[in-house]
Design a protein around this ligand. Structure first.
Ligand SMILES: [Zn+2]
Length: 299
């Protein structure tokens, strides 16, 4: 709780420790931040100081204002394409365990447990793990800083749970998409964010006319038998998520929701809560027999 930071000399004084620490990366602390707490953490690669600080909202959004998009965005989270946006953009990443990590793990297996060489190999593995984790975090940071530019975000909550166990376990792990929803939630302190219920059948519903049919997992294109819409499966889902998100928002802040809707492309003019209620009553959660509880990702 008691510490002193010397920004000029890159030194930090921490209560209870006589010597000053020489630190790297003090520039990461924003200028007008109010530091509330700091933790000294030991990681395989060394000691780290985690600094928690408060920033005024305006300050936190600084620098992204000029790049700000006026449009709202719906986000579909997936295994194949991790992030699909209503803008048609897809963000994919895959950061597997490194070859070095696998090699080190084999080495460790050959060492005698508890021996000096064993401990050495173990420490190298931990360091390598940290490196892989850092790379995954880095991608997520970059994705977040891009998403931060939209005027509104809608995503489907908890859609990643269940993937971890099932078919996609390894793949989910390797992309580290897991932390994404938590981060999206945190974005809500900066920009309006709505989470759509995980049981909403966003994959199986036509984002144009509301018609529903069960899509096979292998079907990458949603083809609506009623209105003829042909659209990428994840993109269709992202549009449904955006619609639902905007409806939720409309219940809290009608003016904002309508302003955001008017910023959408003209061919998406049908995104209006009133119409959806009239044309697609089957949206009501719990009513549909198509929704398989517990496996929303397999819709
Ligand atoms: Zn349709």
């Amino acid at each position: 709780m008691t510490y002193k930071i010397d920004f000029e000399r890159n030194r930090v004084k921490i209560q209870g420790i006589k010597k000053k620490f020489r630190v790297l990366g003090l520039h990461q602390i924003p200028e007008n931040a109010e530091i509330t707490n700091a933790y000294l953490i030991k990681k395989p690669t060394g000691y780290y100081l985690y600094v928690v600080c408060y920033l005024w909202k305006e300050e936190a959004l600084k620098g992204i204002e000029e790049k700000q998009f006026s449009i709202p965005v719906g986000i579909d989270l997936g295994v194949k394409d991790q992030v699909s946006l209503t803008t048609g953009e897809k963000i994919r990443w895959y950061i597997p365990e490194t070859k070095r990590l696998k090699r080190l793990q084999r080495t460790l297996a050959r060492r005698k447990k508890g021996s000096k060489n064993y401990l050495k190999a173990k420490s190298l593995i931990q360091k390598e793990w940290e490196y892989v984790k850092n790379r995954r975090e880095d991608v997520k940071n970059k994705v977040m800083s891009y998403l931060k530019r939209f005027s509104f975000i809608a995503f489907q909550d908890d859609s990643i749970k269940g993937w971890h166990e099932g078919l996609f376990g390894k793949q989910v792990q390797n992309t580290g998409i897991g932390g994404i929803t938590a981060r999206l939630r945190r974005l809500a302190t900066l920009i309006p964010v709505e989470f759509v219920d995980r049981y909403e059948p966003t994959t199986q519903t036509c984002s144009k006319c509301g018609f529903r049919y069960k899509l096979e997992l292998s079907q990458r294109i949603f083809e609506c038998p009623r209105c003829g819409l042909r659209i990428d499966r994840d993109l269709n889902s992202a549009w449904n998520i955006l619609k639902l998100g905007l409806e939720q928002l409309a219940q809290k802040n009608k003016a904002l929701a309508y302003r955001l809707m008017s910023a959408l492309p003209v061919d998406r003019g049908e995104v209006k809560p009133v119409e959806r209620e009239a044309s697609a009553p089957c949206f009501v959660p719990g009513v549909s027999s198509l929704v398989e509880a517990g496996s929303p990702s397999l819709q």
